[in-house]
Design a protein around this ligand. Structure first.
Ligand code: PEP
Length: 247
């Protein structure tokens, strides 16, 4: 199963559902549809409406983040996995570089993953090195650290997807070379296999994916799908990525 996950970030109002309707229509007619799943993470404000609307359709709705506590608390503006589950979210991103930049620590991320899983949300755990770390050949070390400091062997690995998103690639148009990316994804899988003793962990790539460069990425078998930011806000661009992946 491949994944095409759209991360809308701070984008969208109720009528933006039109974008998802077009993607849903494309999916319903696509001969390859059994091979992949479409997930979109709109902002918190739209999760309930969109989840209800797409309940019996083909798009899964997720959250871009969740708070590191279960149930309710006195933390202003925080939204717990429990609350997300009850408005219909099926997935949540955890550890997006935007949130790491704002102060998410490994300890916080571990609790986010733990409570998300406890509330039956599937987790898309984001990792990635910055430009300086890449230049200093620290990528493998950084990624291993990000994984092993957060993911525990007793977590349900069937509900964890890892998204490799090099920070220097997000929103910049820059992408890793095919060789580098393949090596990195295989290394990530090796680390995950060591933790979970699971045969085939799911690892996505994210960072400036578009309808053109997806043709390069599709040659890398180890990549199980994509986390797509900018291009997910346009139905045409998102559909082009899927079409060109299977062309
Ligand atoms: C992201 O923010 O997760 C992302 C991958 O963004 P973009 O596709 O715009 O690089």
């Amino acid at each position: 199963m491949k994944y095409f996950i759209g991360n809308w970030k701070m984008f969208g109002v109720p009528k933006s559902i039109n974008i998802l309707n077009k993607i849903n229509y494309f999916y319903s007619k696509d001969k390859n549809r059994k091979k992949y799943r479409v997930i979109v993470t709109p902002p918190y404000t739209l999760i309930e409406t969109y989840s209800k609307y797409f309940k019996k359709k083909n798009i899964f709705i997720g959250s871009q983040n969740c708070y590191q506590k279960d149930l309710f608390s006195s933390d202003t503006a925080a939204v717990s996995p429990y609350m997300l589950k009850r408005v219909g979210a099926k997935y949540t991103l955890v550890g997006h570089s935007d949130n790491r930049k704002e102060g998410d620590t490994n300890e916080m991320l571990k609790d986010k993953v733990k409570y998300a899983l406890k509330n039956n949300l599937k987790v898309v755990f984001c990792i990635g090195e910055n430009e300086k770390e890449k230049k200093n050949n620290k990528t493998s070390f950084i990624l291993k650290n990000q994984i092993t400091k957060v993911l525990e062997k007793n977590f349900n690995s069937n509900n964890i997807i890892v998204a490799y998103e090099p920070i220097w690639s997000i929103g910049t148009g820059k992408i890793p070379t095919k060789l580098d990316l393949e090596k990195t994804v295989l290394k990530i899988k090796k680390v995950l296999k060591e933790i979970f003793k699971k045969k085939s962990p799911t690892v996505l790539y994210g960072g400036s994916v578009d309808g053109k460069n997806v043709k390069i990425f599709k040659e890398i078998n180890a990549i199980d799908g994509f986390l797509i930011g900018g291009a997910s806000k346009s139905s045409k661009k998102f559909i082009d990525i899927i079409k060109n992946y299977y062309r």
